[in-house]
Design a binder for this molecule. Structure first.
Ligand code: SF4
Length: 133
């Protein structure tokens, strides 16, 4: 298995380091060729494949991330947390107010310009977390 992880900025300062749409399209073409030429391998492009596989899989929709302090975050690229796994079970963390709001809204499925929907919509995520704390 080969996993390609695109650089995803988490601040405006590093936004220009993210691949452009043209670079993402290039990577997409290369991975399609690899899949065709070497089908015995599994290739995953993250977050590149998410648009064609049903949208963002963060916030417990497919996975979530636990930071080094125990905070349960939607994704490493969306570093917001309102629950700590030191204080709760993983099952309960999956139903935190932030995760519940993200899973029940449309944000994870929304169209977006860049590689990461939660980065593009970070103002909405920050509003959700401040509403719930
Ligand atoms: S938060 Fe961004 S990188 Fe993480 S799963 Fe969602 S779209 Fe992909």
């Amino acid at each position: 298995m080969l996993i390609f992880v695109e650089y995803v900025p988490v601040s405006d300062d590093s936004k220009e380091l993210a691949p452009t749409d043209t670079e993402r399209e290039y990577l997409d073409r290369k991975i399609k060729k690899l899949r065709k030429d070497s089908p015995e391998m599994v290739y995953i492009s993250f977050p590149g494949d998410e648009k064609s596989t049903g949208g963002c899989v963060a916030a417990g929709r497919g996975f979530f991330h636990i930071n080094s302090h125990g905070g349960a975050e939607p994704c490493p690229f969306s570093p917001y947390s309102d629950v700590n796994v030191k204080d709760t079970s993983l099952r309960e963390a999956l139903h935190s107010p932030l995760f519940t709001a993200l899973q029940s809204g449309d944000i994870l499925l929304e169209e977006h310009d860049g590689g990461c929907v939660l980065y593009e919509k970070k103002a909405q995520v920050e509003a959700l977390i401040s509403n719930n704390t």
